[in-house]
Design a protein around this ligand. Structure first.
Ligand SMILES: NC(=O)c1ccc[n+]([C@@H]2O[C@H](COP(=O)([O-])OP(=O)(O)OC[C@H]3O[C@@H](n4cnc5c(N)ncnc54)[C@H](OP(=O)(O)O)[C@@H]3O)[C@@H](O)[C@H]2O)c1
Length: 311
């Protein structure tokens, strides 16, 4: 099968190649998914560079973290899906990536693809929507009336976060640059701050929850907009977290999302009820996987970049 792979860590343009490799082995609880489309995320180029764990690569690794496709085979003990089902998943990149004609995924990570959306739209959701869901419902208990600030509302996680927070009944404030303002308003944001023109920490106080997708100075300044006892949830690291919690009298944590098929099924229901949608910003064919990764690496996302593998 064709796949976008690396055999060593390095810069995207130097080490990612699209070539033929054997199809993946299917474990007893796995589905073999014929990939139709795969979402592209910052974590993919971080993996390529070797920033996500191991220091040395000992095998050929297929890149790609989000998939939508059709089940073509199932492991002997797989019970929940059938050949022919249209599904989507956040794959486990330690097992096999999504930028390939086939990927094997454990059934626990998979959900039925929402009806009425394309494979490209479905493929752009699992990682970002699960991240936003876990941040807002597990790391923080966002509910009706919670005042939430979501940084980077036009990006992958941010655009899912704005919609999920609205679904939960929150009042949603978000930061974007100027050309993302219309998009986040369309997604339901109640207050939009152009972070290049205005300083959010001079405008806001008494926020209950901040979802930080940015880090650095944005994260530092976020502490001061929280109410006492408020919560900062970050998806990037927080330096000196205990000292900051004490200084500002708030809760703060950073976390790594985990794949979860049951939660993904709940998110699929939100897609079907039109409370959650993917903004597909750019689509590349599999043989242009390098260009897709470079686009995401450049930043400035307005939704998701997606790779079409088979139409
Ligand atoms: N911990 C986890 O489990 C987890 C899960 C998913 C992602 N992540 C990480 O979270 C980060 C975001 O991921 P993503 O997929 O959302 O990335 P993305 O799709 O590239 O979106 C980032 C967004 O942030 C905006 N932005 C940049 N600087 C900003 C600032 N100072 N204030 C407000 N917005 C700003 C960007 O647009 P402009 O530059 O045009 O404003 C872009 O729209 C990445 O570092 C990723 O690796 C972690």
């Amino acid at each position: 099968m064709k796949a976008a792979v690396i055999s060593r860590f390095g810069q995207v343009a130097d080490v990612v190649e699209v070539r033929d490799i054997p199809a993946p082995a299917v474990g007893p609880h796995d589905l073999l998914i014929e990939v139709r489309a795969a979402g592209v995320n910052p974590v993919d180029h971080l993996i390529v560079k070797g920033f996500m764990g191991s220091t040395e690569l000992t095998h050929t690794q297929v890149i790609g973290s989000e998939v939508a496709g059709v089940v073509t085979a199932a492991g002997d003990e797989m019970t929940r899906f059938s050949v022919g089902d249209e599904v989507f998943a956040r794959v486990d990149p330690r097992v096999g990536g999504a930028f390939a004609e086939y990927v094997a995924v454990h059934e626990d990570l998979v959900a039925v693809k929402p009806a009425g959306v394309s494979f490209e739209e479905a493929a752009g959701l699992p990682l970002v929507a699960l991240t936003a869901w876990q941040a807002l419902t597990e790391q923080a208990a966002v509910k009706a009336g919670t005042r939430v600030l979501i940084h980077g509302g036009a990006g992958g996680v941010g655009s899912a976060g704005v919609q999920i927070a609205k679904h939960l009944g929150a009042e949603v404030i978000t930061t974007v640059s100027a050309d993302g303002v219309d998009l986040v308003r369309e997604l339901g944001a109640d207050q939009v701050i152009d972070y290049r023109a205005e300083k959010f920490d001079e405008l806001l106080r008494d926020v209950d929850v901040v979802l930080d997708t940015i880090g650095g100075d944005t994260q530092e300044r976020s502490f001061r907009v929280l109410r006492p006892g408020g919560t900062l949830v970050s998806i990037v690291p927080i330096a000196d977290v205990e000292a900051k919690k004490a200084q500002w009298n708030v809760q703060a944590s950073s976390f790594l999302m985990r794949p979860n098929g049951e939660q993904l099924a709940r998110l699929a229901a939100l897609v079907e009820s039109r409370e959650l949608r993917t903004i597909v910003e750019a689509v590349f064919p599999l043989n242009k996987a390098v260009d897709a990764l470079l686009k995401v690496e450049r930043g400035g996302a307005r939704g998701k970049t997606v790779i079409t593998v088979r139409s």
